[in-house]
Design a protein around this ligand. Structure first.
Ligand code: FCB
Length: 467
């Protein structure tokens, strides 16, 4: 047994997102987001599930915060819902603002540090053109300002967007997420406007709060060639690293889209959406980079005969999210997989964090936080609702050790947020996939901490894990 002790100020937290847990989608003035309307499209979401009730967190928030405190969580990453705060992109909604204000008070009252995400995908449905409309970026700034006005006296850590890759390429090119389009030009336009929204909001928040910790959360993969001696496989890995990671990292940290990505995506309209000055705005300095890591990819440029497009939860076939590199294929390596079918690859997280630190965040003096990591597992509750999820315990423990390895190798990683505090609405998979360290019985809304929650409580208490 080795003990992996983390640096003294390391932050142990859990993460959720508004649409995935709140419910109350038509209450107290909230109006439709693009996820509400997407859920109504026949076949868009597994089982026709939607966010109407979710974990009923909107009504159970004080109890949920008390539960976090019982679990010894030091920090909580949550998102505010633009559709609750500014329904239909019209007037700001005092009841919506008040909910987040009460949440922050409740957290602080329990000694839990809030980390706000301003956008976790629930764009007001009334926003014309969604993220393909440049104006949406400017509306985002108004919304960010209002959130700062409401919570800024109590919240120090702000991130603008969660995983813009998902809200652009997965949503507009692949069709798996709302609004479910399969148009590659739209995806490129959405990606640029999301980045613009991030930059504009960061600059504005910096003016309002020079001392706040500001940043963004990106989902990142580790793109490896299946055969490192194959030129086409190496090129496939380069393309996916470009289309998934660098297309966001480079504008933010280097003020430019990578030349090879622009070449791969030629013909999909970058030149139509990027205006003079945009990249200066997008590269406004940040203080923290949130990293969401679930698994890496082994890529080949020689699709096999049995290659088939991915089947979405609703049975439809997805478009490729790798705009300009549709022939690239991610190949299973025979690693163990989660209930989501995602390969379990903790060492990828070490490589990812050290790489980010060396190439992007370190030179810029930016801190890294793992803002999401976790696993859907085939949970089997006993008669008391307890889930002895040793598979999830191992997953989280192994990834924490991977984070520890990265810190040992010099990466400045300041915290880890397990995804997720509780089972919730897993987007296109509805309630079918369970990621929580706390079990939610959706019939009764009873919450029962799983073995993984007790493991995480001990890890936070000890500021370390043993393996
Ligand atoms: C991430 C999302 C999060 C959750 C996890 C499993 O892509 O940010 O909301 O769905 O995946």
């Amino acid at each position: 047994m080795t003990t992996y002790q983390f640096p003294p100020s390391f932050l142990w937290g859990s993460a959720t997102a508004a649409f995935q847990i709140e419910g109350a989608t038509q209450e107290d003035g909230r109006r439709d987001s693009i996820w509400d309307t997407f859920c109504r499209e026949p076949g868009a979401v597994f089982g026709g599930h939607d966010g109407t009730t979710a974990c009923d967190h909107y009504h159970r928030m004080p109890g949920d915060v008390a539960m976090m405190a019982d679990l010894g969580l030091q920090a909580y990453r949550f998102s505010t819902s633009w559709s609750r705060v500014r329904p239909d992109d019209a007037e700001f909604n005092p009841a919506g603002l008040d909910f987040y204000s009460r949440l922050v008070d409740e957290l602080l009252g329990h000694g839990i540090t809030p980390l706000v995400t301003l956008y976790h995908w629930d764009l007001p449905a009334a926003m014309p053109g969604g993220w393909t409309n440049r104006d949406t970026a400017y509306r985002f700034v108004e919304y960010a300002e209002k959130m700062y006005e409401t919570l800024g006296d109590r919240v120090d850590i702000w991130t603008t967007l969660n995983e813009p890759w998902c809200s652009s390429f997965l949503s507009y090119a692949c069709g798996e997420h709302a609004p479910g389009h399969t148009d590659r030009r739209e995806a490129v336009s959405a990606a640029h406007h999301l980045l613009l929204a991030h930059g504009l909001a960061t600059a504005r928040l910096r003016e309002l709060a020079p001392d706040a910790t500001l940043g963004i959360t990106l989902n990142q993969t580790v793109a490896d060639p299946v055969d490192p001696s194959s030129e086409t496989d190496c090129d496939a890995a380069r393309r996916v690293d470009g289309a998934f990671n660098r297309v966001f990292l480079d504008p933010i940290f280097r003020g430019a889209y990578p030349a090879d990505v622009l070449e791969d995506m030629a013909g999909f309209g970058f030149e139509d959406v990027v205006r003079p000055g945009d990249l200066e705005v997008i590269s406004t300095p940040i203080d923290l980079l949130g990293v969401n890591y679930y698994h890496g990819d082994a890529l080949t440029g020689t699709p096999s005969d049995d290659y088939a497009p991915t089947e979405l939860p609703n049975g439809r076939l997805s478009g490729s999210p790798y705009v300009g590199s549709e022939w690239v294929q991610s190949v299973p390596r025979g690693l163990p997989v989660t209930d989501q079918g995602w390969e379990i690859q903790p060492e990828g997280l070490t490589r990812l964090l050290t790489h980010l630190h060396e190439e992007y965040t370190g030179p810029a003096g930016v801190a890294l936080y793992v803002t999401e990591n976790g696993a859907a597992m085939p949970d089997e509750p006993d008669e008391n609702g307890f889930v002895d999820d040793q598979d999830r315990v191992s997953f989280v423990r192994d990834h924490l050790v991977a984070v520890h390895d990265a810190i040992r190798q010099g990466a400045d990683v300041r915290g880890y947020f397990v995804w997720s505090l509780m089972d919730n609405f897993e987007w296109a998979w509805g309630y079918e996939k369970r990621f929580g360290i706390v079990r939610v019985d959706y019939d009764t809304q009873v919450r029962t901490p799983k073995a993984s929650a007790l493991f995480f409580r001990d890890a936070a208490r000890d500021n370390g894990v043993r393996r």
